[in-house]
Design a protein around this ligand. Structure first.
Ligand code: RIB
Length: 347
């Protein structure tokens, strides 16, 4: 219909810059009239890989990973690639099934927050030519790229802040302890205790089965029964902290007056919580963008690519849930009477 060769049609689709304007327009008109859609599987067979990258996260329901995925998608989109999102649910078997699928799909590379510290399957993928970038996990050597946050510093910032507020009975809520992020945040918390001249053994540790709101509610129930009850708690992520806030509020424990809370990630819901949550902010979208850029560079510029292990520093964002100035003001707050007759205490 366009009066050109198959090769010219292929150039119009894949390398339009080398085709004359008039020819390109004739071919595009024919494509529109025929309703032609390229066959990606056929293209993929010829090219040897698809125009996609894989992203494997631990928990797609955690807004932290949603924000990271947003950064990944921004970089992939800039490179003309699509993202295949996989949710491992912190399950090594499910993670392995997704890695098989992504290899079969001939993705250009894989971004992954691995479930376990070491992963033979990832090593095998890399050796067979699929670039891998560790996301939210530091590579242990320079044989691959990684993008992470200094979680030990994050733990230090959180507990250092609570100690500076004058708290003497502190707790750490997080788990399972097999999760590298939890280990490093707890390590930072213990380091802050030492730096303040406190016995790290005084940090009350509550291990949770997961890093979600339900596990936070469960931890709060256990915390409420601790005598003497801690006056401050550092949670390994915001979902746990929101669960602790919800359960403690239900039990009539006032935050921060009776209990100060600090979370981790600074997801959007932290600032929007009923008592705005203090949190250790991770640069979530930047993590995703940077990891995707490293992966795409490795996949497309293999010879000149140098592996890099990028580590960002987190920052503490203080809000009402751990601000003792708020707590002091709340000490003078008059009790709330029947709905509609509430009165406010002095400023
Ligand atoms: O995957 C669980 C946690 O680790 C997330 O909330 C985020 O903090 C990540 O670093």
């Amino acid at each position: 219909m366009a009066g050109v060769s198959v090769g010219t049609v292929s150039n119009v689709l894949n390398r339009p810059d080398i085709v004359a304007e008039a020819t390109r327009r004739r071919v595009l008109d024919a494509i529109r009239q025929l309703g032609f859609v390229r066959n990606e599987s056929a293209r993929q067979l010829r090219a040897g890989h698809s125009r996609t990258i894989g992203l494997v996260v631990l928990d797609v329901a955690n807004p932290f990973f949603t924000d990271v995925a947003r950064g990944v998608e921004d970089s992939a989109n800039d490179a003309g690639l699509a993202v295949i999102l996989c949710n491992s649910d912190d399950d090594p078997a499910k993670e392995s099934r997704y890695l098989d699928l992504l290899e079969e799909q001939r993705v250009q590379g894989i971004l992954i927050t691995p479930v376990t510290a070491t992963n033979q399957r990832l090593e095998q993928l890399r050796k067979r030519g699929t670039p891998i970038v560790l996301l939210d996990r530091r590579a242990t050597d320079d044989t691959q790229c990684s993008v992470a946050v200094n979680d030990v510093l994050g733990g230090e910032l959180a507990v250092g802040h609570l100690l500076a507020q004058g708290h003497t009975h502190l707790a750490f809520v997080g788990g399972p302890f097999t999760t590298r992020q939890v280990q490093e945040r707890q390590q930072g918390a213990l380091q802050a205790m030492r730096a303040a001249g406190r016995d790290p053994g005084e940090l009350h540790i509550i291990e949770t089965s997961a890093l979600n709101v339900a596990a936070g509610r469960d931890a709060a129930a256990r915390l409420a029964g601790t005598m003497p009850r801690p006056t401050a708690v550092f949670c390994a992520n915001d979902l746990l902290a929101l669960g602790v806030l919800q359960e403690m509020t239900r039990r009539g424990v006032r935050v921060p007056h009776d209990l100060a809370i600090v979370g981790y990630d600074d997801i959007e819901f932290a600032a929007a919580a009923a008592v705005p949550l203090s949190s250790v902010r991770q640069p979530r979208q930047l993590l995703g963008r940077t990891a995707a850029e490293l992966l795409i560079e490795e996949a497309t510029e293999d010879s000149s690519h140098l592996h890099r292990q990028v580590v960002f520093d987190p920052e503490l964002v203080v809000r009402d849930s751990s601000d003792q100035k708020i707590g002091r003001r709340s000490r003078h707050r008059l009790p709330i009477r029947e709905a509609g007759t509430a009165t406010r205490g002095s400023a």
